[in-house]
Design a protein around this ligand. Structure first.
Ligand SMILES: O=C(O)CCC(=O)C(=O)O
Length: 244
């Protein structure tokens, strides 16, 4: 489970990595499914850089099991308790084909290109990434994050109103000083606040980067998202209690 120190890290930085959450048997089945996807629907010949598959979780039991068949979901709920997390309907297979040398200059928030008819942007509570390839060194396709930007974003939206969320495209107008690659090994899980600015990293390793992302919402998020985007711990009751 989470230690007090990890919860404090999550509150301060907006993300944390838990080690060795998803067992090898589940990872092997997921990697076999990803290999099949790459055969069935391959990227263009010679493609380098990112290549995503956006899939329905109900159609992909071997990928969905990374979250719901492991301790990964329980660990996510341990951040938001007593709020429950709704099982996600979709998932994202995120691949990065080498060689793709890059360090992103800034990050983005997700879901801002898909505004719902009622005007609600596609916010959610947290991004959960199950790591399936070795990303323990830099330039292995690591997710890039800007630690603490979840607090800067909430401050921006408190000051300027929630319309600032969509005002600058998906790019919040906040300082992006310290690009940080998230180092992780197969079976580790990245938990990242929705409000944390992030981006795709480079891959100069010989291996294709493989991560499966889930975008999780606490029950009722669609009604209270305005409160959450102005208070970074609004939906993370357990984190707030731990650092109070
Ligand atoms: O490829 C990654 O690790 C990050 C993907 C990303 O930034 C996104 O899908 O919003």
């Amino acid at each position: 489970m989470w230690t007090g120190r990890q919860l404090a890290e999550f509150a301060r930085d907006g993300y944390a990595v838990l080690r060795d959450v998803v067992p090898a048997a589940l990872r092997d089945r997921a990697v076999a499914r990803i290999d099949a996807l790459m055969t069935e629907r391959p990227p263009a010949d010679g493609h380098t850089g990112h290549h995503f598959y956006w899939l329905e979780a109900a159609d992909e039991p071997d990928l969905a099991a990374l979250l719901i068949g492991s301790a990964a979901m329980e660990r996510a709920e341990a951040l938001t308790a007593p709020r429950e997390i709704v099982q996600p309907s979709g998932l994202q297979v995120a691949l990065t084909f080498p060689p793709f040398p890059q360090v992103p200059g800034r990050g983005h928030l997700d879901g801002l290109s898909s505004i719902e008819p009622g005007g609600r942007p596609g916010t959610f509570t947290m991004l959960v990434g199950v790591v399936l390839s070795d990303q323990s060194r830099e330039q292995t396709g690591n997710l890039y994050v800007w630690p603490g930007t979840h607090r800067a974003c909430a401050e921006l939206f408190r000051r300027e109103g929630v319309q600032a969320l969509t005002a600058n495209g998906a790019y919040p107008d906040i300082p992006h000083d310290s690009p940080t690659p998230v180092l992780a090994s197969p079976g580790d899980v990245i938990y990242s606040s929705y409000l944390l600015s992030h981006n795709i990293g480079g891959n100069t390793s010989p291996m294709i980067r493989k991560t499966v992302y889930f975008r999780l919402k606490v029950r009722g998020h669609d009604d209270t998202w305005r409160d959450y985007v102005q208070d970074e711990l609004y939906e993370f009751d357990a984190v707030r209690d731990a650092v109070r």
